[in-house]
Ligand binder design. Structure first.
Ligand code: SF4
Length: 348
């Protein structure tokens, strides 16, 4: 909404929160709105720090199960420093160090690591661990579990593994209709952390209609970073002719940002880097909004800003929709490694 020539947003408490540094486009030049918060979340910063510090403190080889975060650039950078990415712990030689990705693992993977006497460092995001804990708790209490999410996503595979015999995965309200459960009065739902807030609301509503006594988590599972980035897109999408999201195509939260913009009628594309921007996307476009998924590094955003400036989008305004200051602590193995390492090994 436009108030007295400035843009404003509402924060989660419903207070008016003024966009910072925003200049309303004067209609002459082309404008780039740089959304904030964007890019790395606390779970991704932690996971990347863990791999970087492990490489510095212990030296290669350090094995990482699956992509540490879903971003090609990040994975290639860590590979260049000596990290070895594997699909399964079976590929890790006995006794070596392995890091679990931010998306988490199932108990089956933890057992396989134990059998192979691997030295595990767990980079699972604490907000994903929270969902695992909820799954175990509900299953122990005799509930059937409905996990809302994308069946093939690493996070969902890990959470599902906590209680595979009592968990079913659903990805749409239509799928809710075909669910059958042993006791429709003893059912609980959980969600993947990186879903679309709006679509998840629809699925939960369908679940409540079908199972009126369904239980849910105490606090919603969609994480703060997913929510904040989607909220920023919602607030700004109508001001832009085009919304670009920096992120890899296997990044769930990045894909959801594109969907949020498109659902609001704004043309939107996911780009791994400025190289993916097509000339035809910029035709007749006066204002571009730019954001980045939770696993996309800021250096890629900066490259996009520079590229778009060469195309005339040099009126750059950072639009801060809400502040974000979340940090997560490092796991004990890494804290100890920092304490006993020579000077120079630090968390960023
Ligand atoms: S997107 Fe959310 S759940 Fe995923 S790593 Fe980041 S903070 Fe954790």
């Amino acid at each position: 909404m436009v108030l007295s020539g400035k843009l404003y947003a509402y924060n989660h408490s419903g207070e008016v929160y003024p966009y910072r540094n925003f200049i309303v486009p004067n209609g002459d030049g082309k404008t780039l709105l740089l959304l904030k918060p964007r890019g790395f979340c606390a779970g991704v910063v932690r996971a990347i720090d863990i791999v970087r510090i492990a490489l510095e403190a212990f030296g290669p080889p350090i094995y990482v199960r699956k992509e540490i975060v879903h971003n090609r650039f990040v994975v290639e950078e860590l590979q260049a420093k000596g990290a070895i990415f594997v699909d399964s712990v079976d590929e890790v030689p006995n006794g070596e160090r392995v890091i679990y990705s931010a998306h988490g693992v199932s108990p089956e993977v933890r057992e396989a690591s134990e059998t192979r006497k691997l030295r595990v460092i767990d980079a699972t995001c604490p907000l994903v661990t929270k969902v695992h804990v909820e799954a175990v708790k509900f299953a122990k209490e005799g509930y059937s579990l409905i996990l809302i999410g994308h069946r093939d996503h690493d996070e969902v595979i890990g959470t599902l593994g906590e209680a595979p015999l009592v968990t079913q995965v659903v990805g749409s309200p239509e799928q809710v209709e075909s669910l059958t459960l042993p006791d429709p009065d003893r059912v609980a739902y959980l969600t993947q952390t990186t879903l679309s807030l709006d679509e998840t609301k629809d699925i939960i509503a369908a679940l409540r209609r079908k199972f009126p006594n369904i239980q849910g988590p105490h606090a919603q599972d969609i994480c703060y970073a997913t929510e904040n980035r989607q909220e920023a897109v919602k607030q700004v999408a109508s001001e832009a002719d085009l919304l670009l999201v920096v992120g890899s195509d296997n990044s769930s939260n990045s894909n959801r940002l594109v969907e949020v913009a498109r659902n609001l009628g704004t043309s939107s594309h996911l780009i791994d880097s400025f190289r993916n921007i097509r000339a035809e996307w910029l035709e007749d476009v006066k204002t571009i909004a730019l954001t980045a998924g939770a696993s996309a590094p800021e250096c890629l955003v900066e490259e996009v800003v520079k590229f778009l400036a060469t195309k005339g989008f040099d009126n750059v305004n950072e639009v801060e929709v809400m502040p974000e200051n979340v940090r997560f602590g490092l796991p004990p193995e890494i804290v100890e490694a920092i304490a006993s390492a020579p000077a120079g090994v630090t968390a960023e």
